[in-house]
Design a protein around this ligand. Structure first.
Ligand SMILES: *[C@@H]1O[C@H](CO)[C@@H](O)[C@H](O)[C@H]1NC(C)=O
Ligand SMILES: *[C@@H]1O[C@H](CO)[C@@H](O)[C@H](O)[C@H]1NC(C)=O
Ligand SMILES: *[C@@H]1O[C@H](CO)[C@@H](O)[C@H](O)[C@H]1NC(C)=O
Length: 572
């Protein structure tokens, strides 16, 4: 019979004690070395090395907040579209359908059919983004949502989207600012509904003060030092918030914005495109029009991963995040602007010129509902003044070029800008030249200098002008001949140092016998010569711009030095 000595038992017990005592330490060691390895991988692949300021061992890391499914039973689940045929409606339904488009400029009838909570289309999510880890002690965020006469269901879908898709540990509050809405649904009914939601505050402006004041009121009331300002017709992807907040935590002078998809205004389908090379980023051209410019491939490929932040010349106004202290030190929004248009240009320029930077974060995803028309009807009347304020305060000598392209404006109608100029001085902000030099590291941005000729292109015989009907959103228009209006804009052309005939970011392009405008660089054969005789010659084909007198059409014909082929343009 085996006999176990007392000593043996004691020895076993001692070993047992030692193991029990050491066990947590061993576990902790293994766990933390794992953690460290994962962090190192993520830092190498995802975050730019410079962006890390905290020492790795101090902060625990967590993946982005992700709820798989927020769908409530109903149409439009997972961001799908809902098609309603007008011809199938009658009575009250038909009335509501028609009134929706009239009042809201989108299909509020369909919006009302879709439940207030739904998930983002799963196939639009960048899978790798959900492996990234963020600091577990990210600062709290105030989300500010101004609105005016938004459809009840669209507004609340935005609010629910913020509540559902944001990490609750960092979402401090949602501040809704009602810019004097006068729709019944948005009165008591809204207040009642919101009283059942956590974290939501409602501020009402008794009369409409415009978008800038609404946003600024929300910002002034925000309790957190990190703010996100967004439109009231947005839907968000899960985990949209962490990437924004992490970057703002790491760098208090960075302004960030999500990758923006769309919500179809007729069906409410959420759409988006995957990241491409080049990525097109939003900015303005020298006509003060919003325009998209391609990133430089060298820059794009030099980043640690395709999901790393992308430096951007500008922001999209519909959603952006920033450190509130930094934002306020730059004077906040320019309340001298009454309507939207140009405020995002001002913000972009001053962030860059005053020591900050702007980034698009591919792992933060959202979708925006593009309506038919603008926030305020008199937008066209007010917007030029907005532009002039930005030009006068921020653009130094380049103001002359902007004025010329806007139709030889001799003076800027900017109103009182002394306070804005003080902000620039107080913050020691750099020059507009610095802005241009900096963004050109990241994107192909065209500056109209060293031109060969510029201004209107006038037909010598008929005095008609070449008109592009250009609009950054509708390129590919065929050129036409219209009476000259001396207002610049679509009748203002530039022959660049390398022979492109352009209007900002759009270039003349031969298409069969027509000339169309397309984004510059899309075609290598976009070179033109303005000959001494007054002919405008497409270099590759040798054909000449010709005005067909009978129907005032522009075509390309063999050059014969005919009066129909003779044009005036100012050489520089
Ligand atoms: C915001 O910026 C200020 C000034 O640089 C800084 O003191 C503060 O810590 C920043 N806040 C956050 C949440 O990063
Ligand atoms: C602007 O003024 C210059 C010189 O006065 C003139 O040559 C040019 O055609 C004008 N441009 C426009 C767009 O009117
Ligand atoms: C203009 O006239 C020409 C020659 O008569 C013809 O070929 C062309 O199709 C016409 N263009 C338009 C837009 O009517």
């Amino acid at each position: 019979m085996k006999y176990i000595s007392f000593n043996m038992i004691r020895r076993k017990r001692t070993w047992c004690y030692i193991l029990v005592v050491l066990y947590p330490f061993i576990c902790f060691y293994l766990w933390s070395s794992d953690k460290k390895a994962i962090r190192t991988i993520h830092e190498k692949q995802i975050l730019s090395p410079k962006s890390r300021t905290t020492t790795p061992s101090q902060t625990l890391r967590k993946k982005a907040y992700f709820q798989v499914n927020n769908d409530i039973e109903g149409p439009g689940q997972k961001g799908s579209g809902v098609t309603v045929k007008e011809s199938n409606l009658d009575g009250e339904d038909l009335q509501r359908y028609k009134k929706g488009y009239e009042v809201y400029l989108y299909n509020s009838y369909v919006s009302d059919l879709i439940p207030l909570r739904r998930s983002f289309p799963p196939d639009l999510l960048e899978k790798e983004c959900y492996d990234i880890e963020y600091d577990s002690d990210l600062p709290e965020v105030s989300v500010i949502i101004p609105f005016r006469n938004e459809a009840f269901s669209t507004l609340l879908r935005t609010v629910h989207s913020v509540l559902d898709k944001s990490n609750p540990n960092i979402l401090k509050e949602i501040i809704l600012v009602d810019d004097g809405s006068n729709i019944d649904d948005l009165k008591t009914k809204l207040k009642l509904y919101l009283s059942h939601l956590p974290k939501v505050n409602l501020i009402r402006l008794p009369v409409s003060k415009g978008l800038m004041t609404s946003r600024q009121t929300g910002i002034n009331n925000a309790k957190s030092d990190v703010i996100v300002v967004m439109d009231s017709h947005l839907e968000l992807a899960p985990g949209w918030l962490e990437p924004l907040v992490q970057r703002i935590k790491d760098d208090p002078k960075v302004m960030v914005f999500p990758k923006m998809g769309g919500i179809n205004r007729d069906t409410f389908e959420i759409t988006s495109s995957k990241l491409q090379d080049p990525v097109f980023l939003v900015t303005f051209d020298f006509y003060m029009a919003e325009n998209h410019v391609p990133t430089k491939s060298e820059y794009l490929n030099s980043r640690p991963s395709k999901l790393s932040p992308i430096k951007s010349p500008g922001i999209q106004g519909m959603a952006f995040g920033i450190n509130k202290t930094f934002f306020q030190s730059l004077g906040g929004f320019d309340l001298g602007m009454k309507v939207w248009g140009a405020e995002q240009f001002e913000l972009s320029i001053k962030v860059w010129q005053c020591g900050g930077s702007i980034e698009m974060l591919p792992c933060s995803s959202a979708a925006h509902l593009y309506r038919n028309v603008a926030w305020v009807k008199d937008l066209d009347k007010e917007r030029p003044n907005n532009n002039d304020r930005v030009i006068a305060v921020w653009m130094d000598d380049y103001a002359k070029i902007f004025q010329e392209m806007g139709g030889n404006k001799t003076s800027l109608n900017s109103g009182d800008i002394s306070e804005r100029q003080m902000i620039r001085k107080r913050n020691n902000c750099k020059s507009f030249q610095y802005f241009l030099d900096t963004i050109q590291q990241y994107v192909h941005y065209y500056v109209p200098v060293n031109l060969k000729a510029k201004g209107m292109i006038q037909h010598r015989e008929t005095n008609l002008c070449v008109d592009g009907r250009t609009n950054s959103f509708f390129p590919k228009d065929i050129l036409v001949a219209y009476p000259c209006h001396l207002g610049g804009g679509p009748q203002y052309w530039e022959i660049s140092a390398n022979d492109e005939l352009r209007h900002g970011m759009l270039c003349w392009n031969k298409k069969d016998r027509n000339v169309v405008t397309v984004p510059c660089g899309a075609n290598p054969n976009q070179k033109w010569t303005y000959d001494q005789s007054g002919e405008i010659i497409h270099q590759e084909s040798g054909l000449c711009l010709t005005l067909l007198a009978q129907n005032q059409t522009l075509t390309l014909e063999n050059c014969q030095k005919l009066p129909t082929q003779t044009w005036n343009m100012q050489r520089t």
